[in-house]
Ligand binder design. Structure first.
Ligand SMILES: Cc1cc2nc3c(=O)[nH]c(=O)nc-3n(C[C@H](O)[C@H](O)[C@H](O)COP(=O)(O)O)c2cc1C
Length: 351
């Protein structure tokens, strides 16, 4: 049995547990990452951030670079295809306070791949390695890369490109062993993760279908990976992280579910503003309240409400005991206002 509570390192960055919270676009907001750390993830990661957006000082993109003091260790993930622009963006990630820069060489979405970024790089090892070298040159913090197995079903490109990235200076690799073509269908083939571990001398993180402690233990034991990454299983379910780490499966009470969701709502409103947050949060209601925790019509009621304040009122009415829990949690964790670091003006490019 691998001890999931044993610390490990990526370069000089010490990571307290062998559980990593996955980067997920449209999910991995600060509230998700802070909650993940609280429930035992040793490392959390931002969703992918566009280097072009950073270069053009796009306000929404720059918003992704805000780091809270209780998120560390934290990776900020970049996507792009031009080594120079990516190097610049990596410098801003470092200035923003991230512990690691992670590069996305796995995104299968057309909007990203058609620009030469994401999974396309798996078939161009020379260019992929040039990007890594440029970023390693640009920053002091370690650089990690997240890969898929290749573009097409059955591809093994990750085994060619992975070692090249390590030669170029990558300090860690994460493999989600599905092809881009597969998207999220079929199964993650962790036999490939084991092969990659045998080819490189840096820690490898295994991503894909880690949904329970048994699966986490099996993947760690059969691949030699340094850690496992949990993505979809943690959506609306931070308790799965506890389960994987502690080995005890515990269904949260209704009060706990409501308390975590209310905190999540409050913090997301602080981060995104009410207008963006109210749309963004709708998918989370289903994730938190599903799994047999609340009757289905309750979620339907919440998604049609106009404001998050009303959502909060309805949630608390459904589990009044949650209020005490919310107060306790808010007293224990630093408030979002205290922990959001403002970027130095130099990072925004001046006044
Ligand atoms: C909604 C969603 C968004 C994702 N966004 C990203 C992303 O921004 N960057 C990335 O490297 N992977 C992204 N992924 C892939 C996950 O990080 C992970 O590798 C994949 O979901 C497999 O792990 P799982 O089975 O634990 O979900 C995303 C996955 C999902 C479901």
């Amino acid at each position: 049995m691998v001890d999931l509570r044993q610390p490990w390192s990526i370069g000089p960055v010490e990571i307290p547990t062998r559980l990593v919270l996955a980067p997920m676009a449209g999910v991995s907001v600060q509230a998700f990452r802070r909650q993940g750390r609280r429930f035992g993830a040793g490392l959390v990661c931002s969703e992918m951030v566009s280097c072009a957006g950073i270069e053009h000082r796009n306000e929404r993109t720059l918003g992704y670079l805000r780091v809270a003091s209780d998120e560390h260790p934290l990776a900020i993930q970049l996507f792009g295809s031009d080594p120079r622009t990516m190097g610049e963006a990596a410098r801003m990630v470092e200035a923003a306070g991230a512990d690691l820069v992670d590069l996305n060489f796995g995104c299968p979405v057309k909007k990203v791949t058609k620009t030469g970024a994401g999974a396309t790089l798996l078939e161009d090892p020379g260019h992929a390695a040039a990007i890594v070298a440029a970023i390693v040159d640009a920053v002091e913090i370690p650089v990690s890369v997240k890969l898929r197995r290749g573009l097409r079903n059955g591809a093994r490109d990750c085994l060619v490109v992975g070692p090249r990235l390590v030669e170029a200076g990558a300090s860690s690799l994460t493999l989600h062993p599905r092809s881009a073509q597969q998207m999220y269908t079929g199964e993650a083939d962790h036999a490939l993760t084991a092969e990659l571990v045998g080819l490189v001398d840096v820690p490898v993180v295994a991503s894909g279908d880690i949904t329970s402690r048994a699966k986490a233990q099996a993947v760690l034991a059969t691949t030699g990976a340094a850690a496992v990454m949990v993505g979809r299983a943690a959506q609306g379910n931070p308790w799965v992280l506890e389960e994987i780490l502690e080995g005890t499966r515990r269904e949260p009470s209704r009060e706990e579910v409501v308390a975590e969701l209310v905190l999540f709502v409050r913090e997301t409103v602080r981060e995104l503003g009410e207008r963006r947050a109210s749309g963004f949060l709708k998918k989370f209601y289903g994730w938190y309240l599903g799994q047999g925790r609340f009757p289905r019509p309750f979620k339907q009621e919440l998604v049609v409400l106009d404001s998050t304040e009303e959502v909060e009122r309805r949630l608390i009415a459904a589990a009044p005991g949650a209020l005490e829990l919310i107060d306790r949690l808010e007293a224990e964790i630093p408030s979002g206002d205290d922990v959001t670091l403002e970027l130095p003006i130099s990072v925004y490019g001046g006044g």
